[in-house]
Design a protein around this ligand. Structure first.
Ligand SMILES: O=C[C@H](O)COP(=O)(O)O
Length: 244
């Protein structure tokens, strides 16, 4: 069973100074847990975090360019992220898909670019409310996964995030999370063979200290991608402790 990954996605929150203060507070309050902890922070905060995070807490970004380098104004390359110490990068978050028109092909290109530079992509998939209400969540999510992993190797994390549960306070039940995680595991096994056993499948959507243990206790769920509850250190400490 892979080690749980507690991936904290700050989204567009915290200046570099605020990021440093958060890292220093985490250093004071975090006690060793059993999950791997990683912070997916705005790229501009990464150098400050790299200098101040507690030892063992990994660094990640929230997006990466699908291009290697060159005339792509505003883009940040995988090599740049590696240079400031990132280990992970989120690709295909539903907010990127919805507000920036990212397609499965874009997501796969970003994941490949990440892997080519030694970053581990956290590939996000998940259905909207309309799909869930029709009971088509498994077929929809697996199709999205297939496109998003096209040409991508097994050194990857998959995050299942039902869009209707993101930032809404509506958490999928542990059974809902497991239904999709098990289907994703089967699809990964079909794609990668036994390498799929070590791939972490995260659940994301209104995760907090009081529900993380039951969700991550499911057989195919190996951690969480957390938005709102990642912003305050006591909430992070609570989630980390709940996974002990
Ligand atoms: O990346 C994180 C997810 O979008 C979940 O966000 P949330 O924990 O605020 O619902």
């Amino acid at each position: 069973m892979p080690q749980n990954l507690l991936a904290l996605n700050w989204k567009m929150n915290k200046t570099p100074a605020e990021a440093r203060a958060w890292a220093e507070e985490l250093r004071e309050k975090l006690e060793p847990g059993e999950a791997e902890l990683a912070v997916m922070a705005p790229s501009i905060t990464l150098p400050s975090l790299a200098a101040h995070l507690p030892p063992g807490v990994a660094l990640g970004a929230q997006d990466v360019s699908k291009h290697e380098s060159g005339a792509y104004t505003g883009e940040i390359s995988a090599a740049m992220l590696v240079d400031v110490g990132a280990k992970y990068v989120v690709v295909g978050h539903s907010e990127r898909r919805e507000y920036h028109g990212e397609t499965d092909a874009d997501v796969a290109a970003k994941a490949k670019q990440a892997q080519a530079n030694g970053l581990i992509p956290i590939v996000c998939v998940g259905e909207g409310l309309d799909v869930r209400e029709k009971g088509e969540q498994v077929a929809y999510t697996l199709k999205q996964l297939e496109g998003s992993l096209s040409g991508v190797g097994p050194d990857v994390v998959v995050a299942y995030e039902p869009v209707w549960a993101i930032g809404t306070g509506k958490t999928a039940t542990a059974d809902d999370a497991e239904e999709l995680a098990a289907a994703i595991r089967d699809a990964l096994t079909e794609r990668y063979g036994s390498d799929a056993d070590g791939i972490r499948i995260l659940y994301g959507g209104s995760v907090k200290a009081d529900n993380i243990a039951s969700i991550c206790g499911q057989p195919n769920v190996n951690g969480a991608l957390v938005g709102g509850a990642s912003l305050k250190v006591p909430d992070v400490v609570g989630m980390n402790d709940a996974l002990k």
